[in-house]
Design a protein around this ligand. Structure first.
Ligand SMILES: Cc1cc2nc3c(=O)[nH]c(=O)nc-3n(C[C@H](O)[C@H](O)[C@H](O)COP(=O)(O)O)c2cc1C
Length: 174
């Protein structure tokens, strides 16, 4: 599959069958994150892989609203960054998240971006404080997002050419 086909196929998958995810596949997803471009090549991110089901259950409280994916996924990758290293850590982490999400899809895995930055946890704290406390993340680090991973159940249809909003593209001036 070429890259554009992979991009048409990529969807957020929030339901998983409970089937195992191969360690090798998780490693491939991590490689995609580590290959992400970063401002000045500083690579301020770190990735915390969570395989423990009990930890995943607890992590599901990191956000208000529906983050049920964390209760049924096989694995999650928390993306954090040391904000002292760069002022573009948000962009750097986002590139890594997007790369990993796309790679997961290309491997046939289901995955979903769970926003943590600027969001609230179930206990009234910020999602960031909740996650930092729970995972013993050092004070200087910021938490961007969590990628849930699992075998997909009922993946949404792939995008087609008709879904592309070319009216959002401008040439030479707005
Ligand atoms: C910055 C960002 C934050 C997101 N946060 C969440 C989230 O917290 N929970 C969730 O279920 N999906 C989240 N998503 C997934 C979007 O809802 C999803 O990408 C969008 O609805 C389009 O669907 P698609 O990914 O299948 O194309 C997020 C995506 C991005 C890029």
């Amino acid at each position: 599959m070429n890259l554009l086909e992979t991009m048409y196929n990529r969807r957020s998958v929030r339901k998983y069958t409970g089937g195992a995810v191969a360690e090798e596949d998780v490693k491939t997803v991590l490689k995609a994150g580590l290959l992400g471009a970063t401002g000045k090549n500083i690579k301020p991110w770190e990735f915390i892989v969570i395989n423990d089901k009990e930890v995943l259950q607890k992590l599901a409280d990191c956000r208000t609203g529906s983050v049920a994916m964390l209760k049924t996924c096989e694995c999650a990758i928390v993306v954090i960054a040391d904000e002292k290293k760069t002022d573009v850590w948000v962009e750097d982490c986002s590139v890594a998240m997007a790369n990993m999400h796309l790679m997961a899809d290309s491997l046939g895995l289901g995955s979903c971006w769970i926003q943590a930055r600027l969001r609230e946890a179930n206990d009234g704290r910020t999602a960031e404080d909740f996650i930092k406390d729970m995972l013993a993340i050092p004070a200087d680090y910021k938490v961007e997002a969590v990628l849930s991973l699992g075998q997909p159940e009922g993946k949404p249809a792939a995008y087609t050419e008709d879904d592309l909003l070319f009216d959002k593209v401008h040439y030479d001036k707005f």
